[in-house]
Design a binder for this molecule. Structure first.
Ligand SMILES: Cc1cc2nc3c(=O)[nH]c(=O)nc-3n(C[C@H](O)[C@H](O)[C@H](O)COP(=O)(O)OP(=O)(O)OC[C@H]3O[C@@H](n4cnc5c(N)ncnc54)[C@H](O)[C@@H]3O)c2cc1C
Length: 404
């Protein structure tokens, strides 16, 4: 099975409408906010400005009904098809559209609430995800439950019309900025000992201002604080914050993770733009590097790998359209993305010379230190969104050595 799909008239109309909207609105936004999502400066001021910029961009997207394309039309969405999702990601990447405020909320948490929430819960929470009036985080991982998420041990025990929560989460992105979080807790503490660890997990929506919650930011390798430890000490939340039934948390969480999306569709385009941009920066600040045969060879390899990534995404899309399972393309695309992200960041600093290693704030830092930041930060792609070894295990188990 290779690449085999065609755009229907509705897809082309979708693309043209999005382009027209971006032509009109993105330039206005950039005139108001400037082109840089990460302006540097003192860290807290930098993050606060980035968040406000993203909030405003999401608000504008929502006004044009371009924020939550997969949501039902009644809830501000467009019920986009898989092919339209790819068009959306690629178009946003081509326009270098800014980051959004509630990415988790729009792509994961909102769809979970739509699928599992009561009407009251939908009315209560969907609007503030969509219009970016409140920030959301997603709290799954724990110190002993990352790749093996079903090992999670933070408990939520029923007590009258409340649940009492005790335990710890870790690596929770933007929890320190969030008003709400979608969490997984264990409502059946015996399930792990009884070897049914995927059972007894329940999803809850938690007000992050509830007494007993302590959020401690973790400094990352480049000095930013964007993810957190979250501690729960006898935290009481109302029972109507439970999403789905007791014990249904695994299905609530996995339903949206397994959605038929080609999640890496726009990345090949972004990486192609990054490659072109680092070459033109190197022309200005370290031109002799571009005469080096090794660097030239690596540029050619990077370009071929980017094209390969694009084709891998199109093959996944072909399978989705034909109603087939889109793996091993999904774990392959994840591996391809993490490999290329790191390959490009290493190529950038080698191409840009010593100045390319200076971080933001340094006098001679290239592009405000963004390449140096990527060089360190892209290591995360080996573990975020599915660790490399686990993806390889999935490919081996399902594609190379499937059990009979
Ligand atoms: C930037 C970033 C943001 C994140 N944001 C969030 C968030 O908002 N919310 C949230 O809940 N979590 C978040 N996470 C956590 C992320 O989901 C976990 O880091 C991930 O699930 C891996 O878990 P772990 O860190 O416990 O590593 P582990 O699972 O302990 O893995 C450690 C190493 O062991 C390897 N390994 C694990 N299992 C196997 C196996 N069976 N066979 C072979 N090798 C194995 C892994 O490949 C890895 O190299 C974030 C992580 C990052 C990096």
């Amino acid at each position: 099975m290779f690449v085999d799909f065609a755009y229907e008239t509705a897809d082309l109309e979708f693309r043209d409408e999005l382009r027209a909207w971006l032509d009109e609105n993105l330039s206005k936004f950039l005139a108001d906010w400037g082109g840089d999502d990460d302006p540097g400066g003192p860290q807290s001021a930098g993050i606060a400005r980035t968040q406000e910029r993203r909030r405003d961009w999401q608000r504008r997207l929502n006004e044009g009904r371009w924020a939550a394309i997969n949501w039902p039309k009644d809830w501000g969405g467009r019920e986009a098809s898989p092919i339209q999702n790819v068009i959306y990601s690629e178009t946003m990447a081509k326009y270098r559209a800014p980051g959004i405020y509630n990415a988790n909320g729009l792509w994961q948490i909102g769809p979970m609430i739509i699928a599992w929430g009561t009407e009251e819960q939908k009315n209560r929470w969907l609007p503030c995800i969509l219009d970016a009036s409140e920030h959301w985080c997603q709290g799954f991982s724990e110190p002993q439950a990352g790749s093996d998420l079903a090992n999670l041990r933070t408990t939520a025990l029923a007590d009258g019309d409340e649940y009492v929560i005790n335990g710890q989460k870790i690596w929770i992105s933007t929890a320190h900025l969030a008003k709400w979080g979608l969490f997984l807790f264990r409502t059946d503490p015996d399930a792990i000992a009884e070897k049914r660890k995927h059972e007894g997990i329940t999803a809850f929506i938690v007000d992050m201002d509830t007494p007993g919650i302590e959020v401690r930011p973790i400094k990352d390798i480049v000095g930013d604080e964007m993810f957190n430890e979250v501690f729960f000490n006898d935290v009481r939340i109302p029972a109507d914050c439970r999403l789905g039934g007791e014990g249904q948390g695994w299905q609530v969480a996995m339903g949206t993770l397994g959605r038929e999306r080609v999640g890496t569709a726009g990345l090949a385009i972004t990486m192609g733009q990054d490659l072109r941009s680092m070459i033109s920066t190197a022309r200005a600040c370290n031109p002799e590097a571009l005469e080096d045969p090794d660097i030239r060879d690596r540029i050619a390899r990077a370009w071929s790998q980017i094209e390969l990534t694009k084709l891998l995404n199109y093959r996944a899309l072909t399978k989705i359209i034909k109603g087939q399972k889109n793996w091993p393309e999904v774990p392959l695309a994840k591996l391809q993305w993490s490999h290329l992200a790191q390959y490009l960041a290493e190529l950038a600093v080698d191409m840009l010379g010593p100045q390319g290693l200076l971080l933001r704030g340094a006098t001679d830092a290239v592009d405000n230190g963004s390449w140096a930041r990527l060089y360190s930060f892209q290591r995360y792609t080996s573990i975020g969104a599915g660790a490399t070894e686990v993806q390889k295990n999935i490919i081996a188990d399902r594609a190379l050595l499937p059990k009979k």
